[in-house]
Design a protein around this ligand. Sequence first.
Ligand code: ADP
Ligand code: MG
Ligand code: ZN
Length: 480
Amino acid sequence: MSNYSAKYEIVMGLETHVRVKSNTKMFCSCQNAIELADEPNTNVCPVCMGFPGMLPTLSAGVVDLAVRASHALRSDVQEYSEFDRKSYFYPDLPMGYQITQMYHPIANGGEVRTLVEWVEKTFRIHHMHIENDAGKLVHAGGKTLCDYNRAGSPLMEIVTEPDFRSKADVLAYLEELQKLMRWCGASDADMEKGQLRCDVNISIRPHGSTTFGTRVELKNINSFSSIGRAIDVEFERQCEMVERGETFHQETRGWNDEKWFSTPLRSKEDAMDYRYFPDPDLPPLVIAREFIDERSISELPIDRRMKYKNDYKLIEDDARILSNDRTTSDFYEQLVALTWDPKKSCSYITTVLFAIFEGHTEKMWLQDIKAETAEIAEVIKMVNADELSSTNSKAVIEKLVFEWGIAREWVESLGLKQTNDTGALEAIVDAIIAENTGQVAEYKSGKEALFGFFVGQCMKKSAGQGNPKIFTEILKKKLS
Ligand code: ADP
Ligand code: MG
Ligand code: ZN
């Protein structure tokens, strides 16, 4: 915690670029280089290389995913939007301009709700627009090389309102954004792979002030850990300047994560004139209302998380784990719908199934389970109906996971059906008492810890099929 934080408040707004996970690039049929692993300049065509006479054609896959992402951001998807040219000259930009949406973006407004240190917070989204990416410059051996595999790949730029007041706010927002993008399938949003890049606008003001200070935009922040560092350093820098009585101007700075400081890139005064104007090669993007509505998303990870915690009474950790990704969450929802038992459905996922996955040599997840979800639910129902002991249920689950089948048939064929026949169980208890006269005497003289031993012996004699609850009742009666 900085010395200045008692005096000054930090105010931040984020501009985040998320790579769209479409099959093709934004305006041509080149494969979308999601990870940039190919040989340089193999993933290019006249369109994304900006050759004379080329004509861009908007990819429907990009629109599809951008609409899904807008819904995940609770943003208002526009039936009408437009593409503009943003002109500048840089070797990684083959066309000499970027195609973006300056005046009429695809989505306006919205919000991201998340938990920051267990408190629910909402960060407002200003808008989201789509644009194409530039290529990549590779500096090697005193030379600069250009790789255009990434040129023309689709990006979503998500701009927030200046709603962030701490590093924790920013990190919580970015983690939630990543979850949302994966949830709706628009992007894997992996920061290490450059699929999520973030510029942070930072200003400070005295606590209690209602106006905003001059902002500095920090670029080139490439990992979750460097965001934290960059914010801390910039906060200190601005506080020191204000303390020294210096005024400063709005500027853009580049973060250097090796040296832990930022350097000026450009100030407001020498801001580039991008000469924005509507791209004459592209018609306005008109999206049918039904296309938009069909892609709406009813529940988001945060909604599920709060429901699990507040309505299903799960502990915070379980609520989080079960709402992180859509596969796990949808699987859990199905189990609850079938069993009406949120707690046990949770523990069968987080303890039984996850332990099975962990113990397996190959990496596996819920979608790799061979059997139907209804059969996993059937196991839980049998346990609840005292037809199967919870110990034995694990063997049945294992069979269902690796071999498929019907839960009840596995219980039969493995001989695990729980016996609730009191007469038969009573005979077993009598036999155990007769075989262990020494322990019975010790128990009666006060060594109560032995009770578990008797239950264990009864379970063993019944080959695991006796109902432990009934054994316990009979033993209590007979040993008192
Ligand atoms: P521009 O279009 O010039 O980049 P915007 O007004 O769209 O400027 O703001 C860009 C980002 O900066 C937004 O995320 C916004 O929330 C944030 N921002 C604006 N004013 C401030 C401020 N005073 N302090 C911190 N962030 C700010
Ligand atoms: Mg900006
Ligand atoms: Zn291309």
